[in-house]
Design a protein around this ligand. Structure first.
Ligand code: 4AD
Ligand code: MG
Length: 463
């Protein structure tokens, strides 16, 4: 007697075999002489239809217990289904109910629930169709990412989660301490004495693994990180999380154009992989969540991305007759309304914007001729806006030292980062892909909180 996952059974299960499945009841429909039960085990969007014949042993009790949400093991004969909608179905013979789901109090009864409501059920929502599809697609995206880089000879490296350096220099870090916050030790001037803290100085959750990835790229040429990242930015939007996952490749001997080429082929690869791995889930998103999901995927795979400079982008935005909430002029940071206009309305595909003003970008980006702009690149996607941020890195010691100081940071704390420019420096580049923004873009899900199992946002840390 084989125990199989429902996805395999639905695809390749041979009729006339005795099999066992385990899962959770999604729906139950009683009719004269029979009960139909839909069992789902998370392996696929569709469940397996189980038919229980009224003359089976203990029929009455079993049918009473098999309410939506209850967990079961069912053995029986797999047969060709006479009904529409499924190739095979299971004639249930013996049934074990592991746990009932307390009848009407189980919150996920068969009806549409809003995503807001489902967020209050973080412990149960993964059992719904939509969230189930999201997390299978999320898994496939992760697999595609590793497969892409491994095929290309990149080394997967693990960068620290606790760090003393602020990579982005934006001061949006969560502090990590084991000092007693009620009475922290003080130095003679009355400030908190971090020399008595766990690490002997202030420590934080990382906002990016880039600086350490650069160290590793200077040894292995091409590397990538894929890990959790934390930002204490108080932005309550549908695209920001306080804890998100970021993929950061870093390539030695690579310039900005090479960086753009990597980013573009990387995104194309992921979309192709997911369409092949999760066709039912992607169809579901296209039908139920956003009618443009499949067209978008097709567009990513088959069209080249638009590439424009920041200066060109500003001109295009100034020419646009639509009023923006944030007025456009050279030097501003692009707002999400601007990013979306470019990607969604104007070019109708991803746009890579390069060479941003020096003043609005991080200290490590390579200074262009003249010093007004840096070799930055952002990949802007329809609907989500910025999905990737990256740059060619400043590899010249003197320029980097000056940039750190100008950014109001202390070069002494970046001594090891500067050392990389003292010992065998090379032109290099890299980028960061926001993993949840990718999953949002892929699935058409409107809110980033619904593409990560347990979202962390301001005032939200349940589950
Ligand atoms: O543009 P960012 O800040 O770039 C960096 O951190 C660089 N150190 C990356 C690198 O070059 N290695 O962040 C990169 C991406 C953004 O484009 C966005 O997709 C995502 O990370 N991101 C967020 N995603 C969810 N919630 C947030 N609060 C995010 N902040 C950034
Ligand atoms: Mg950015």
């Amino acid at each position: 007697m084989a125990m199989a996952r429902i996805r395999e059974i639905l695809q390749t299960g041979e009729p006339d075999q005795v099999i066992t499945v385990k899962g959770w009841v999604r729906t139950k429909r009683e009719s004269k002489g029979f009960t139909f039960v839909d069992i789902n085990d998370g392996s696929a969007m569709a469940g397996l239809q189980v038919v229980l014949n009224a003359d089976m042993d203990g029929y009455g009790t079993v049918v009473k217990d098999l309410t939506t949400g209850s967990s079961v093991e069912i053995s029986g004969l797999l047969v060709e289904s006479p009904g529409k909608g499924q190739r095979v179905e299971l004639q249930g013979q013996s049934i074990t109910v592991f746990g009932t789901a307390e009848g009407e109090t189980y919150p996920l009864q068969k009806k549409r629930h809003s995503f807001e409501y489902l967020r209050t059920l973080g412990h149960l929502r993964a059992r719904t169709n939509t969230l189930g599809a999201v997390f299978r697609v999320r898994n496939a995206c992760a697999q595609a990412i590793h497969q892409f880089f491994q095929e290309q000879g990149f080394l997967w490296i693990h960068t620290p989660i606790i760090t003393a350096s602020d990579c982005e220099g934006a001061g949006e870090m969560f502090a990590v301490t084991n000092l007693d916050l009620a009475k922290p030790p003080q130095d003679p001037s009355g400030a908190i004495d971090y020399s008595q803290d766990f690490f002997g100085k202030p420590a934080y959750l990382t906002v990016s693994g880039q600086l350490e990835a650069e160290i590793m790229a200077m040894a292995f040429t091409n590397v990538y990180t894929f890990g959790p990242t934390f930002r204490a930015e108080n932005s309550n939007t549908s695209r920001h999380l306080a804890e998100f996952w970021m993929v950061e490749p870093e390539m030695a001997f690579c310039d900005l154009v090479g960086n753009m080429d990597w980013a573009e082929s990387f995104l194309k690869y992921i979309f192709k992989f997911v369409l092949e791995q999760c066709p039912e889930d992607m169809d579901f998103f296209n039908q139920r969540i956003d009618k443009s999901v499949l067209a978008t995927a097709d567009n990513i795979i088959n069209n080249t991305f638009e590439r424009i400079t920041y200066t060109e982008a500003v001109k295009l935005l100034e020419q646009c007759d639509r009023p923006f909430e944030f007025p456009v002029e050279w030097g501003i940071d692009l707002q999400s309304e601007h990013e979306r206009y470019l990607a969604e309305d104007l070019f109708k595909k991803p746009v890579i914007v390069t060479d941003y003003p020096t003043g609005i970008k991080a200290f490590y980006m390579r200074l262009n001729e003249g010093g007004e702009t840096v070799a930055a690149m952002d990949v802007l996607a329809p609907k989500v806006g910025e999905i990737i941020g990256g740059s060619q890195r400043e590899e010249r010691l003197d320029v980097l030292e000056r940039r750190i100081t100008e950014a109001g940071l202390d070069p002494a704390t970046y001594w090891w980062y500067l050392d990389l420019r003292r010992f065998g420096t090379v032109p290099h580049a890299g980028f960061g892909l926001g993993f949840e923004r990718l999953v949002q873009f892929m699935t058409g899900m409107g809110n980033i909180r619904d593409v990560i199992p347990f979202p962390r946002t301001p005032d939200n840390i349940e589950f």
